[in-house]
Design a protein around this ligand. Sequence first.
Ligand code: DGL
Length: 279
Amino acid sequence: MADNRPIGVFDSGLGGLTVLKELEKVLPNENIVYFGDTGRVPYGNRSNDTIIHYARQDENFLLSKNVKYIVAACGTVSSVAACTAKDLPVRFSGVVENSVKDAVDSTKNKRIGVIATSATIKNGSHKRLIKNYLPDAQVVDVSCPLFVPLVEEGWVSADDSVVLDTVKRYLKPIVDAKVDTLILGCTHYPVLEKAIKTVVGNDVCLINMGCSTANAVKKELEGLDMLRQERSKPTCEFYVSDVTEGFSKVAQILLGQGIENDKVNLVDISKYEGSINHN
Ligand code: DGL
């Protein structure tokens, strides 16, 4: 039976647009509701309790939009707040497990690198999961806190010495460990792909968590016969907790296309406390 309700996607801010982009590629007929917590971004340097609290509110907001599925398109939420999924009345996917599965499938030398925000690396979710699938894997994980502001500033070119020096400095342990597979464990990092490739070399397989997740969600919805069957043009609604100056520029960098300010709806996310009855 078809399920024509939208897929809900959320992130700490606009970074999740890199995941949305991949979802739209593989699920072009789905309606999507995107929530970016732009008023409280970044999550990546906050405490676990705060990240879990915010994630619950974000999920409650999406449930109020009658979504059939929730994608936590945020590396930090997927690592730290995956526990919130068990309380949801709809199916859920984070981005960690899907990317770990792809990394484990890809590696030949069993040396896998992970780069992400400080909260994600501190949590160690990637390392734990990789070891579950591949107990003798060597995992080198490094937090790269300057990558998010670099990307949001639009400093992403592999020809920019500031970008290249920053990438080189953070990725030295990854290069030294001779990994053959590197998980880009944060929403913003695919935008730095060229610079990262310049530093680690073209032979290292970069895992884009948006691609891994989009493929996994598609497979799950197909398997459950939950794809949208309506023929009308699908919609994508954008909601944020603050419309900041430069919103459109950052959206352009992350999504590859701008989103006009008048297409964006403002949400008071603090109202989405507690559980929502979804029946
Ligand atoms: N979206 C976050 C992530 O993927 C990066 C930005 C933040 O720190 O909130 O981890």
